[in-house]
Design a protein around this ligand. Structure first.
Ligand SMILES: Nc1nc2c(ncn2[C@@H]2O[C@H](COP(=O)(O)OP(=O)(O)OP(=O)(O)O)[C@@H](O)[C@H]2O)c(=O)[nH]1
Length: 348
C-alpha cells in the first residue's frame, strides 16, 4: 500500500491580538480543505481553542505557556501524532502559536519533529497594521522572524485611515524584503485572506536551503540572551486567569474590561451576566486598549485571561476574580446598556 505523503504543518504566528484566531476561523469556514488545528495559549485555560472548535475537523489544545519555550514537548508530539493519523486524511495541520512565541524557534520545533507523517510547510505571520512598528518591528534591523515567513498578513488595515493602508503594506513589505525575497505580503481586514493563499504557500515541497533555521537561531542567540537553553531569545509574557460559575455582575466585569489592570495588553474571555430577563452571554477581547465585545450563548463557566509583558500576575488575578465574582451579581440596567453599546460598536 502506498505510504501517504506527510501532512503539511503550517505555523500561524503573530503578536498578541494581531488576529491569528480571527484569520484561522475565516479560513476554516471556507469549504474544501480538511484542517486540523493545534492551539497554544497562555493561561490555565485555552480560550482560543473554544473559538475554533466546532469549525474544524480535529483540534488539540496546549495551554499554560509559550509553545516554543515549553520544556516538555510531549503534548505537541502527541497532538501531531494524533492529527497526522492516516485515517483522518487531513490536508493540513495549523499550529496557532501564543502571541509572543518566536516564529523562528517554532519553525525549528516543528522541523525537529518532521517524520513520514508531518513536514513543516509554511510559517504565516499575522501583524497588526496599526501597532506593528511599536511592538514587533521596533529596531533598526528588521526582525529575524521575517526570514522564516512564507506569508505575512498585514491585518487590521481598518484601524488606519484609508490613504495610509496601502503605504503601510508597502512599508512592511519593504522591511520583509530586507530579509526575505520570497515571502508573500498581503493586507487584510478581519483576517480575510484568500484561503487558497494559505494552502498555496504550504504546498511546494520546500527546498532545503529555504529555511536556514539553525543559523537563524544562532544569530538570534548571538544578538540577545539565549533562554531556556534552546538558543533563542524572545520577550516573555505574564498571564493571569480567573474562572467562576454563575452569572456575574455587568458593572464589575465592565470595569475590568474598560480599565484593564496595568500591563494587560491583551484581555480575553467569556462570561454570563444576570439581567432582569435572564442570563446573557458575551465574549470579550481587548487588545492594547481596544475593547471588542460580542454576544454569545451564556457559557457554563466564566473565564478571563489577562496577558502582558509587564503584567503583575497577582494584581491581575485579584482584579479578574473580583470581576467574575458571581456573589454580587445584580441585574443593572445601565451596565447592561453599556455592554450592549460595546457590542454595537464592535459590529457584533
Ligand atoms: N479592527 C479590527 N479588529 C480585528 C481585526 N482582526 C481581528 N480583530 C479583533 O482583534 C481582537 C483579537 O483578535 P484575535 O484573532 O483573537 O487575535 P489573536 O492574534 O488570535 O490573539 P492572541 O492569540 O490572544 O494573541 C478580536 O477582538 C478581533 O475581533 C481587524 O482586521 N480589524
Amino acid at each position: 500500500m502506498a505510504v501517504p505523503a506527510p501532512v503539511p504543518v503550517i505555523v500561524l504566528a503573530g503578536y498578541l491580538g494581531a488576529g491569528k484566531t480571527t484569520l484561522l476561523n475565516r479560513v476554516l469556514r471556507e469549504p474544501g480543505a480538511r484542517v486540523g488545528v493545534i492551539v497554544n495559549d497562555f493561561g490555565d485555560i485555552n480560550i482560543d481553542v473554544g473559538l475554533v472548535t466546532g469549525q474544524v475537523d480535529q483540534a488539540a489544545s496546549i495551554a499554560g505557556g509559550c509553545l516554543c519555550c515549553i520544556e516538555d514537548v510531549s503534548e505537541l508530539d502527541d497532538a501531531l501524532e494524533q492529527l497526522s493519523a492516516p485515517r483522518l486524511a487531513l490536508d493540513a495541520i495549523v499550529v496557532e502559536a501564543s502571541g509572543l512565541a518566536d516564529p523562528v524557534a517554532l519553525a525549528q520545533l516543528i522541523r525537529d519533529r518532521e517524520s513520514e507523517r508531518t513536514r513543516l510547510a509554511a510559517v504565516v505571520d499575522v501583524v497588526d497594521a496599526a501597532d506593528h512598528f511599536g511592538t514587533v518591528d521596533d529596531g533598526d534591523l528588521p526582525p529575524l522572524r521575517y526570514q522564516v515567513a512564507s506569508l505575512v498578513v498585514v491585518n487590521k488595515l481598518d484601524r488606519l485611515p484609508e490613504a495610509e493602508r496601502e503605504p503601510m503594506v508597502e512599508r512592511i513589505r519593504a522591511r520583509v524584503r530586507e530579509r526575505n525575497a520570497r515571502a508573500e505580503v498581503v493586507g487584510a481586514v478581519g483576517g480575510r485572506i484568500d484561503a487558497a493563499l494559505l494552502f498555496d504557500v504550504a504546498r511546494p515541497e520546500e527546498d532545503p536551503d529555504q529555511l536556514p533555521l539553525r543559523e537563524l537561531l544562532i544569530e538570534a542567540a548571538a544578538s540577545g540572551n539565549p533562554l531556556h537553553g534552546t538558543g533563542h531569545d524572545h520577550v516573555h509574557a505574564h498571564s493571569a486567569t480567573a474562572t467562576s460559575e454563575g452569572p456575574v455582575d455587568a458593572a464589575r466585569v465592565l470595569a475590568a474590561l474598560e480599565r484593564p489592570v496595568p500591563g494587560a495588553y491583551r484581555l480575553k474571555g467569556h462570561f454570563a451576566v444576570r439581567t432582569a430577563a435572564g442570563r446573557r452571554g458575551f465574549t470579550a477581547n481587548a487588545v492594547g486598549g481596544y475593547l471588542h465585545l460580542a454576544e454569545r450563548k451564556p457559557p457554563r463557566q466564566n473565564a478571563l485571561v489577562a496577558i502582558g509583558v509587564d503584567l503583575d500576575e497577582g494584581a491581575a488575578r485579584s482584579a479578574l476574580e473580583a470581576a467574575l465574582d458571581p456573589a454580587e451579581s445584580e441585574p443593572h440596567g445601565p451596565s447592561l446598556m453599556r455592554l450592549e453599546r460595546h457590542v454595537r460598536l464592535s459590529g457584533g
